[in-house]
Design a binder for this molecule. Sequence first.
Ligand SMILES: N[C@@H](CCC(=O)N[C@@H](CS)C(=O)NCC(=O)O)C(=O)O
Length: 205
Amino acid sequence: MATLFSFRRCPYAIRARLALAASGAEMELVEVSLKAKPERMLELSPKGTVPVVELDDGTVLEESLDIMLWTLRNKDPHQWLGSNETTLQEMLSVIETNDGDFKHHLDRTKYAVRYEGADPEKHRSEANQFLSELADRLSVNAYLIGPKPVLLDWALLPFIRQFANIDRVRFDATTEPVLQHWLDQGLNSELFQAVMKKGSKWAGR
Ligand SMILES: N[C@@H](CCC(=O)N[C@@H](CS)C(=O)NCC(=O)O)C(=O)O
């Protein structure tokens, strides 16, 4: 059986678990302590980040987005990959900005003390720029790229959650209600709850 090395609260691991659960993939879940990573995981993926998947044939997937794409290309019952290549490329492009610029500003807002000279207010306002672009999308469609939640929504949700949780009152005061609604809908969804539940197959203990 394939194995997923995961960490419950890690946004990258959450997005991988969301896609694996949505596609119905069967895997053994290993909940990792980031302070004491399993040797097996480090042998498979020396860079030492979660999530990591080891497939039956020995293939190793060590990037969260690769895990999402791999499992959805096997089975995509809710059409998360979209109906055409243009839509997929647009989703991947926004995910790239999320994982790059937005995550950069998120980390420097949340953990400013870890980054010498980082001004959390400056980074918060840069992060808010991205959030307002997402809100613009949500003023056109109920979800980020159409009427249903797809790859783009689920890949971003754990990061927007992480940003909102820095200070939810402030998040609500400074972002568009349409984005807050999108976030809450995602967080309250059965799928999200299932992958975050302690002791569940997808959450680890
Ligand atoms: N690009 C990677 C990033 C994964 C990542 O940075 N995960 C964090 C936890 S959220 C991690 O494992 N950090 C290593 C550590 O804390 O030791 C991915 O998309 O999977």
